[in-house]
Design a binder for this molecule. Structure first.
Ligand code: PGA
Length: 250
């Protein structure tokens, strides 16, 4: 039985004071949650939010990290820095990183391996753009991003990887993939994991859906056989929206 995993990606929102206030609300409202829950604040808020969620059931995430451990990389943040702040997991290959900041599959894969090497959990994001979906390439794009992202990752390390399927056209647009369309891609993704690893690895892989997840569509999406949770953007910024998603009941 796969454990539902709900993650909030706060993107480039909130000052430390605002982030702390939200984290405090989530800690008090989600203390009894049976699901795995994570929040990923911006780098400038990780430390403050980390102090709030420390020793609670809410995990601390980061939204990105550098491809190398340290050095002359102006503006980048290293895995060592994230570890020192108590970060549990890092979101890698988010479509905004891929398509706005030009991250390649190779860079994403380097980051995935580096994070795992340092014991961080990884949320590996994959997803097709609108023109790719319209051209009938959604499955091929997701398959390739999954394969490239996981290159060189051992089956033992795979237990620390969550895959997030986020169709780019559904992110922040209010358009959601239909539960069936999403489940179809999740099934393909699980098949990729099976072909790369084993039946067991595929069966155990947590695959989140992301893209305009809201309280009113969460239950239907997560009721699908292959959807094991959600990576939530906009609706993660308000406790009254994130809490019902994080507490949804299958
Ligand atoms: P959204 O973002 O929920 O605002 O669509 C999801 C994401 O980008 O992770």
């Amino acid at each position: 039985m796969r454990r539902t995993f709900i993650a909030g990606n706060w993107k480039m929102h909130k000052t430390p004071a605002e982030a702390v206030a939200l984290a405090k609300e989530l800690v008090s409202e989600l203390s009894g949650s049976s699901h795995k829950v994570l929040v990923a604040p911006s780098f400038t808020c990780i430390q403050a939010v980390g102090e709030v969620v420390k020793d609670t059931n809410i995990l601390l995430g980061a939204q990105n990290m550098a491809t190398v451990e340290e050095g002359a990389h102006t503006g980048e943040t290293s895995v060592l820095m994230l570890k020192a702040l108590g970060v549990d997991a890092v979101i890698l290959g988010h479509s905004e990183r891929r398509h706005v900041y030009g991250e390649t599959d190779e860079m994403v894969n380097t980051k995935v391996k580096l994070a795992l090497q340092h014991g961080l959990e990884v949320i590996l994001c994959v997803g097709e753009k609108l023109e790719e979906r319209e051209a009938g390439q959604a499955e091929a794009v997701v398959e390739l991003q999954t394969k490239e992202g996981l290159k060189g990752v051992s089956e033992a390390d795979l237990a620390k990887v969550t895959i997030a399927y986020e169709p780019v056209w559904a992110i922040g647009t209010g358009k959601t993939a239909t539960p069936q369309d999403a489940d179809d891609i999740h099934k393909v993704t699980r098949g990729v994991v099976k072909s790369l690893y084993s039946d067991k690895a595929a069966e155990e892989m947590i695959i989140q859906y992301g893209g305009s997840v809201k309280p009113d569509n969460a239950t239907e999406l997560m009721g699908m056989e292959n959807i094991d949770g959600a990576l939530v953007g906009g609706a993660a910024l308000k406790a009254e929206l994130f809490v019902p998603i994080a507490q949804y009941d299958k």
